[in-house]
Design a protein around this ligand. Structure first.
Ligand SMILES: [Cu+2]
Length: 148
């Protein structure tokens, strides 16, 4: 099955609109690996920004952007990512990703672990979203489960 989609609806004075996060994944880790990139699609129904990330199984997490600079792929930490209303923003290899540092344990293909995303709307109201990261195979392909 596909990893689930997570939809969050906020009402009242809290965060305006709703945010959907889909296909949250990372790769299985290799022995000694201490960092991992996490990828997903995120869409907010109202203008918002992703302003923070954290995961219990890593000591630190950052929002990163990878891109070509002077002919070399580099990645750097960014403090926030704009989520324009109704647009899907893709976190994917070679672009935006969440970087987990100092993994507390190896990541096994087929398992899931929690990740928290902090979003802020145009009025500065914040909300925290809990999603589940699916660990894919080393090559990034999805783990087949169940039927053969
Ligand atoms: Cu990174």
């Amino acid at each position: 099955m596909l990893w689930g989609a997570f939809s969050f609806v906020f009402v009242g004075l809290a965060f305006a609109g709703d945010v959907t996060v889909r296909e949250v994944w990372t790769r299985a880790s290799v022995p000694g690996q201490k960092v991992a990139g996490v990828y997903f699609d995120i869409e907010s129904s109202a203008d918002a920004r992703l302003v923070g990330v954290q995961a219990a199984l890593s000591d630190a997490a950052e929002i990163h952007l990878m891109r070509m600079e002077d002919g070399v792929m580099r990645m750097r930490s960014v403090s926030e990512v704009e989520l324009p209303a109704g647009q899907t923003v893709r976190f994917k290899p070679g672009g935006y990703h969440v970087m987990l540092f100092d993994l507390r344990r190896p990541l096994q293909a087929g398992e899931q672990f929690p990740l928290e995303l902090l979003v802020e709307d145009a009025n500065g109201h914040r909300s925290q979203l809990a999603v589940s990261v699916g660990v894919r195979n080393l090559d990034g392909s999805e783990v087949r489960q169940g039927h053969h």
